[in-house]
Design a protein around this ligand. Structure first.
Ligand code: NDP
Length: 476
């Protein structure tokens, strides 16, 4: 049977675009549909704008440190409008680059929302197209808790779109996005309160690293409340001291319209009984796969419990012609992983070289201040699997110590007693994201502690500790 295309990709994010381009390079005829902006979460409303905001938020701290080094330095106020305008221009530029790359790779672009009709047919903008293979790479979106008036709160998308910086925010959540935005907004001069329902932020990361990071964030001025959640929210009253009298009527009656349009300060009641008013409430309470209303049911694709597309090791769904990669599959929600999944898909389907995606030992970083870089097993995970030695050191780094700062960094290695292999590495420090990329090469390749130690230290650096820790701090 002749198809319109060899491959139809749904979703123009990092994974979809890469897969489309690489498939086209094999000689396949490829189309890609995107309903919003080319580039997806990472480029348009995630990693890229977030990192530029991380850079912007770091300057006040640097100027303060410069003063301690003798500089007559001062920082004024942030001109959010100027920064935001430049940010928008940069995202426009990047979107243009993505389009150009697709055009240059002979991928046919369809600007519109694509829907599956059956295992080989897609409709977009009222037209239907047949394809031998369909790749779903539609990503995910942030979700808010099921709470009356939750629509008054922002999610991460709203932060990037905002024309104005709020003076005070309450961030709900303790994951990547919550912690990163707590630090970014604090650095930009916003008064930040963060509620996390659990005992410590960043569940799943190494306990010692989480603890140190939480301490640093608090020391820097973030009002972090653990074991705390939001229970009620609504418009604040006129003098910003309590709830607007109509807040609790939001679910029905004549006041709904007023609340729909409300854009003012928000009153919040929390699980600890406190009542406070914030300019904005930001929900960073997780993300879900974009799998609704794209015809997956019509094509017979099986979804998982959280709405994600279920795939095998080769990113193939239960329908042989339909594959899925990236956040929509709910595996590891990171851009470089989606890109690898896209490349492995092309190897498997278009190059006749079945390739599984390797999801083991993926380094990652949380871009907080300081950053947290991590790869491999945490101390808690490792000690449940085998006997381990824990090498770690926590100290005031030279640059900050000289400036009179009290913040400490953490360098930590988890080592197998049986094989001497480094099973995990956890770093809390400025530029930990850059450091963990390098350590990641060693850990991914199964190097031993002895091989780490055989590498000469670079002095004076923070990371030289990773090759000079002589005795374990503890064993388990
Ligand atoms: P996470 O799953 O990391 O965090 C969600 C947070 O919200 C958790 O702390 C969770 O608490 C809390 N939460 C969930 N539901 C509720 C609720 N009803 N009330 C209160 N709190 C709630 O999601 P994110 O959205 O932060 O990030 C999604 C993914 O995106 C990450 O897993 C990561 O893969 C990726 N990402 C990566 C980044 C990077 O590489 N630097 C940056 C940003 C995102 P609990 O722990 O109790 O479940």
């Amino acid at each position: 049977m002749a198809f319109d295309y060899d491959l139809f990709v749904i979703g123009g994010g990092s994974g979809g675009v890469r897969a489309a381009r690489v498939a086209s390079a094999t000689g396949a005829t490829v189309a890609l549909a995107e309903e919003y902006r080319m580039g997806g979460t990472c480029v348009i409303r995630g990693c890229v704008p977030k990192k530029l905001m991380v850079f912007a938020s770091g300057y006040p701290g640097q100027v303060e440190e410069a003063q301690a080094y003798g500089w007559d330095a001062k920082i004024g106020d942030l001109n959010w409008g100027a920064f935001h305008g430049k940010l928008r221009e940069e995202l426009d530029r990047l979107e243009g680059v993505y389009r150009k790359l697709l055009n240059g790779s002979d991928v046919e672009i369809h600007d519109g929302r694509a829907k599956l009709i059956d295992p080989h047919t897609v409709s977009v903008n009222g037209k239907t197209f047949s394809a031998k293979h369909i790749l779903v790479a539609t990503g995910g979106h942030p979700v808010k808790p099921d709470l009356p008036n939750a629509h008054l709160g922002w999610d991460s998308n709203d932060i990037f779109l905002s024309e104005k910086l709020p003076k005070s925010v309450l961030i709900i959540g303790g994951g990547y996005i919550a912690c990163e935005f707590a630090c970014i907004l604090h650095g930009l001069g916003v008064a930040v309160t963060q509620y996390y329902r659990g005992a410590q932020i960043l569940r799943g990361f190494d306990d010692e690293a989480r603890g140190l990071l939480a301490e640093s964030m608090t020391q820097r001025g973030i009002d972090l409340h653990l074991g705390t959640n939001i229970v009620e929210m609504g418009p604040a009253n006129e003098d910003h001291t309590g709830p607007h009298p109509t807040a609790s009527d939001a679910a029905g009656g004549g006041q709904v319209r007023e609340i729909e349009d409300y854009d003012g300060p928000i009153w919040v009641k929390s699980t600890n009984g406190s009542e406070k008013v914030f300019d904005r409430v930001i929900f960073a309470t997780g993300r879900v796969a974009n799998t609704t209303d794209i015809g997956l049911e019509d094509a017979g694709v099986t979804l998982g419990r959280r709405g994600e597309i279920v795939v095998d090791d080769y990113s193939q769904t239960n329908i042989p012609s339909i594959f899925a990669i990236g956040d929509v599959t709910g595996r590891v929600e990171l851009t470089p992983v989606a890109i690898r999944e896209g490349m492995a898909f092309v190897e498997t389907v278009f190059k006749g070289n079945p390739t599984k995606v390797d999801h083991e030992l993926i380094p990652s970083a949380v871009f907080t201040q300081p950053e947290l870089g991590t790869i491999g097993l945490t101390e808690e995970q490792a000690r449940d699997i085998e006997p381990i030695d824990v090498y770690c050191t926590s100290f005031k780094p030279m640059q900050q110590a000289f400036a009179g700062g009290s913040e400490r960094v953490l360098m930590k290695l988890i080592v197998s007693q049986a094989t001497d292999k480094v099973l995990g590495c956890h770093i809390v420090a400025d530029h930990a994201g850059e450091l963990i990329q390098m350590v990641g090469i060693a850990v991914k390749n199964g190097l031993t502690k002895a091989q780490f130690d055989a590498t000469c230290a670079v002095h004076p650096t923070m990371s030289e500790e990773l090759v000079t820790m002589k005795a374990p701090m503890r064993s388990a």
